[in-house]
Design a binder for this molecule. Structure first.
Ligand SMILES: Cc1cc2nc3c(=O)[nH]c(=O)nc-3n(C[C@H](O)[C@H](O)[C@H](O)COP(=O)(O)O)c2cc1C
Length: 172
């Protein structure tokens, strides 16, 4: 039974995706929870599920959980967002959709919200991978390489506004 409006469910390692979850929740005045704490039957009470995850080698983290449970959400609106360390104008949203919106998730709305890199929040292996990626950028995009190594933050609360607008349009 649907008796609640929206909820944000997210996966975040170093805080950027969580920050956007908070901003979306503030603007919609709705709850937000980590996907690992979410129970699919409880989410069936909400009209709209907003799911956010961070990009790891082009894959939106946490989306496997959504794929596994997608059949439970046949009455819900589902809107997705992902964060990454790529500036918004350099991110290939079409490819992201193609690679991630599979196995029941085809056609869902997907927003890219630029996150950042928080070197202190990364484990040793992730830091190693980031260094490798940065090295590959060194010649073609030195600014991006430096941002990856030193850390960067591209988040802004206004960037959730298009997503919030779509949620409001769906729940009017
Ligand atoms: C191992 C690893 C792989 C990543 N792969 C990508 C990627 O493919 N594309 C991208 O834009 N950002 C990538 N990033 C950057 C993260 O998606 C970015 O830092 C994100 O905002 C982190 O979100 P979080 O703070 O919620 O964990 C990667 C980061 C790590 C650590």
């Amino acid at each position: 039974m649907i008796d609640r409006e929206e909820i944000v469910i997210y996966e975040s390692q170093t805080g950027f995706t969580a920050r956007y979850a908070l901003w979306i929740a503030e603007k919609l005045e709705c709850p937000f929870i980590k996907y690992k704490e979410a129970s699919a039957p409880a989410l069936r009470h909400y009209r709209t599920l907003i799911f956010g995850g961070w990009l790891n080698a082009g894959k939106i983290q946490g989306l496997d959980w959504l794929r596994k449970n997608i059949k439970e959400f046949d009455e819900q609106n589902i809107i997705l967002y992902c964060t990454g360390a790529t500036p918004a104008d350099k991110q290939d949203l079409e490819k992201l959709a193609q690679d991630n919106l599979t196995e029941g998730l085809e056609g869902l709305p997907l927003f890219y919200l630029p996150g950042g890199i928080n070197p202190e929040g990364l484990g040793g292996f992730s830091r190693f991978l980031i260094k490798m990626i940065a090295r590959s950028y060194k010649k073609t995009n030195p600014a991006q390489a430096q941002a990856l190594i030193e850390g960067c933050d591209m988040t802004h609360p206004d960037l959730v506004d298009s997503l919030v607008k779509l949620v409001k349009a769906k729940t009017k």
